[in-house]
Ligand binder design. Structure first.
Ligand code: SF4
Length: 380
């Protein structure tokens, strides 16, 4: 009888647990367990303290993984993983000094600077990406900002409109944006703008000195105010401490609105950059970041991004379990190597993953196909 009663309690959904009995039960529970219960019951919140996020991050790893999975299953279709393609449309020659980046003109990485890719080449790449199952196409340009780049910027607006008309989500990462440029991108049909914070405010000056954390936040604000989805995350393995990883998640999770998209990157050290000798990130570090991001920003797309190439299929499976629901496919991620296409297809099959259809704001929903299969078969 006692056993049955015990089992009944174990089978109750977490969301049903509340009131004094639950507080007693959680006296010995991990922060990941307690905050997961709260997130599932109350929904997303923006008033996280840094200590609260640190406690989640420091929870025993299997507990953190389990609760990341619980929030994930509660908030998303857990088998769906969005495939995105990131194309470098203007490579190298960047004036910034981001210590991890082979595209900075300050480091001798052997990368040749190129001009903005022409329209035919970009549209061809988008078409191929769509045929291969991508539902989001991201264009990256190695610029500090887009100020005073009228001709190139107008060209990019055209690329955005045309790719959006293919029924794909379109994202750009072009450096800092002014308010008006964000509005123009929105008008052209841009779905999302990526601008990573990279790391914590405290560690940031060790990585970049040519623009400030606040300038990055100002760009995110312009993007948000223009009505474009915000894509912002960071990179681990830059030499930062765990408190910096927590600091990054804290900044993102306490923005007035959580980013719709949070890429978690593991540094891919490139010869010639100041971070060329950094030791590779362990899978457990990725899982900690992903599961914590999932619990504190439950509705965001958490994107397993750069560095995935180093992780085996079982390791990636743990990332999906912890709450990641997007990957970047294609030969390269900007300039660094990425996972093999066939291996990714095999992984989807073995893990039973399904591809996620593009999603657009309601007002635009007639512009795009509704299912992933339609999205792929409608390539013109
Ligand atoms: S990360 Fe972007 S801004 Fe920084 S150096 Fe590379 S291309 Fe330039």
């Amino acid at each position: 009888m006692i056993l049955i009663r015990h089992l009944r309690w174990r089978l109750r959904p977490l969301a049903a647990l509340s009131g004094p009995s639950f507080s007693t039960l959680t006296a010995s529970a991990s922060a990941a367990a307690v905050e997961t219960e709260r997130t599932i019951r109350d929904g997303p919140r923006n008033d996280w303290s840094r200590d609260e996020i640190k406690s989640i991050y420091d929870s025993p790893i299997l507990d953190l993984l389990f609760h990341g999975a619980q929030v994930h299953r509660h908030t998303h279709k857990f088998r769906e993983v969005q495939q995105c393609t990131l194309l470098s449309i203007k490579t190298g020659g960047c004036t910034e000094d981001c210590s991890y980046c082979p595209q900075s003109s300050r480091y001798d990485t052997g990368l040749k600077a190129q001009k903005l890719m022409n329209k035919d080449a970009v549209l061809e790449a988008a078409k191929k990406a769509k045929e291969a199952g991508s539902t989001r196409f991201c264009m990256g340009a190695a610029w500090r900002d887009t100020f005073g780049r009228k001709t190139n910027f107008n060209q990019i607006l055209e690329y955005v409109s045309e790719i959006r008309a293919m029924g794909m989500e379109v994202c750009c990462t072009l450096g800092m944006l002014e308010k008006q440029q964000a509005e123009e991108l929105k008008k052209a049909g841009l779905t999302a703008y990526n601008h990573n914070l990279d790391t914590s405010r405290e560690y940031y000056p060790n990585i970049i000195t040519t623009r400030s954390y606040d300038e990055r936040l100002a760009t995110l604000q312009h993007v948000r105010e223009a009505g474009i989805s915000v894509c912002s995350g960071g990179i681990i393995g830059l030499g930062e401490g765990e408190e910096d990883r927590v600091g990054l998640l804290h900044t993102l999770a306490t923005l007035p609105m959580h980013p719709e998209s949070v890429p978690i990157n593991a540094l891919v050290p490139v010869k010639g950059t100041p971070l060329q000798d950094q030791k590779p990130v362990e899978i457990w570090e990725m899982i900690r970041m992903i599961a914590t991001a999932r619990i504190v920003m439950p509705r965001a797309m958490v994107r397993l991004s750069a560095g995935r190439v180093r992780f085996s299929m079982p390791e990636q499976a743990l990332c999906f379990l912890a709450g990641a629901n997007s990957i970047f496919t294609g030969e390269k991620l900007l300039t660094t190597p990425n996972n093999d296409f066939d291996a990714d297809q095999m992984m989807f099959k073995i893990l039973g993953l399904t591809c996620k259809a593009p999603s657009f704001p309601e007002a635009e929903s007639t512009l795009g196909p509704q299912t992933c299969e339609e999205a792929i078969s409608n390539v013109g």
